[in-house]
Design a protein around this ligand. Structure first.
Ligand SMILES: Cc1ncc(COP(=O)(O)O)c(C=O)c1O
Length: 391
């Protein structure tokens, strides 16, 4: 893509980096902003943490709220990552024996673990409704999903874009239907912000978590949790700190409870305004569009190479800037390592249940050359090793 834009990233030149979706990658101007905050912190830690920090955090939250159309910035709190946010919710939600959490069988592993853990403790059930792959239509998806609903369903938990399968789910429709049925919704938007447009007011999820350190390009450990006002009192902080029974409470108990988390470096949270500025200056909607086109143009070519079928129609409805190729390999971890060590290609090979997926993601620094390198490497691996079994 744009060579000038590529130079803005810190990724090593010799790596074909097709794994943006796992941990993002921070461009230089945003990384410099991060270091600027960290320097200010170490130059006067007490002033930074106790005096100026809350104002800086508020300004950053306000910029994020505007970017994702959240009416009140106090309904957003910064957290380290979506796993943290999911744990806040799963731990505090008052679950009674027999209650059910409805989700799909395609969710992120940590989210599954957190929900399984707290459901088991309460004698509740985590219902992982099966979604048939390949996906055909939105209507079929919604019908299949809601077949898992029961009078005991307490909350719906669903990804907006899935991890291992890289599928865009119809989160908006699901939130709308759940609302009609009076069920709380929690959307896992770890892959959303900076990837596809997010409008929280339109989406109408009751609870939402997003990772800024992925597609929004900020340093690691910068994410957020949104909770609709009326539900905020339900959720305890994961770590009880000065914000509980605060000596000087602010106008938001949600902020007091979840923002104060002991001594920590919150510089990454403060880079959000810079990230938004960077995306605006570099025409990020166009970057995303070009990336999606590259994703889709190559999808079938890879499926044909490894002898598999795509998980969904190759359209914007189901795909963003990443694509998961179903692949058959006896040793996924060894295949991933081999691709990196021998070919310098960074790409995840992930297990999900009894399936394995090779997932490529495309961003501003990628070019067709990266995908051609992957294609040639996979072809050679098929021809010369038994690391990929072609069906
Ligand atoms: C769908 C989904 N949810 C949640 C997460 C958790 O992200 P983190 O490790 O930053 O908590 C991921 C990470 O890749 C993810 O793909």
């Amino acid at each position: 893509m744009n060579a000038e834009l590529k130079k803005q990233f810190l990724i090593h030149e010799d790596i074909a980096f097709l794994n943006f979706d796992s941990f993002g990658a921070c461009p230089k101007p945003i990384f410099e902003d991060y270091q600027k905050w960290q320097l200010e912190l170490e130059q006067e830690p007490a002033q930074f943490i106790q005096v100026n920090g809350p104002t800086y955090l508020k300004q950053s939250r306000e910029a994020l709220a505007k970017y994702i159309n959240c009416a009140d910035a106090n309904d957003l709190v910064y957290v380290t990552n979506p796993s943290y946010a999911t744990n806040i919710i799963a731990k505090s939600l008052k679950l009674n024996p027999g209650d059910e959490i409805l989700t799909t069988n395609l969710e992120y592993g940590v989210a599954d673990k957190a929900w399984e853990y707290y459901c088991k403790k309460a004698g509740a059930k985590y219902v992982r409704q099966n979604i048939t792959l390949p996906i055909t239509t939105k209507e079929k998806f919604i019908e299949e999903f809601f077949a898992g609903l029961s009078p005991k369903t307490k909350l719906i938990f669903i990804s907006e874009i899935t991890s291992t399968t890289a599928l865009k789910f119809p989160a908006k429709e699901i939130c709308e239907m759940a609302k009609q049925k009076g069920i709380i919704t929690f959307v896992d938007g770890a892959h959303t912000v900076g990837h596809i447009p997010l409008d929280l007011s339109q989406l109408k999820a009751d609870i939402y978590t997003g990772a800024c350190h992925k597609w929004m390009l900020t340093p690691k450990g910068s994410s957020f949790l949104y909770v609709k006002k009326e539900f905020q009192k339900l959720f305890d902080p994961l770590l009880v700190s000065w914000g509980y029974d605060a000596m000087f409470p602010t106008d938001s108990q949600f902020q007091d409870y979840h923002q104060m988390q002991g001594t920590r470096d919150f510089s990454a949270f403060l880079t959000i305004p810079k990230a938004i500025e960077f995306m605006n200056q570099n025409n990020w909607l166009e970057v995303a569009k070009e990336s999606r086109e590259m994703v889709q143009k190559n999808a079938l070519r890879f499926c044909n190479l490894v002898g598999s079928k795509p998980l969904c129609p190759i359209t914007d409805e189901w795909l963003g800037q990443m694509f998961s190729i179903p692949i058959s390999t006896p040793e996924p971890e060894k295949l991933q390592r081999h691709l990196f060590v021998k070919y310098k290609i960074e790409i995840p090979v992930m297990r999900h249940g009894d399936k394995t997926y090779l997932r490529y993601s495309i961003n501003a620094f990628n070019s067709q050359n990266d995908l051609d390198r992957l294609y040639d490497a996979l072809k050679e691996i098929i021809e010369t090793t038994d690391l990929i079994t072609k069906k």
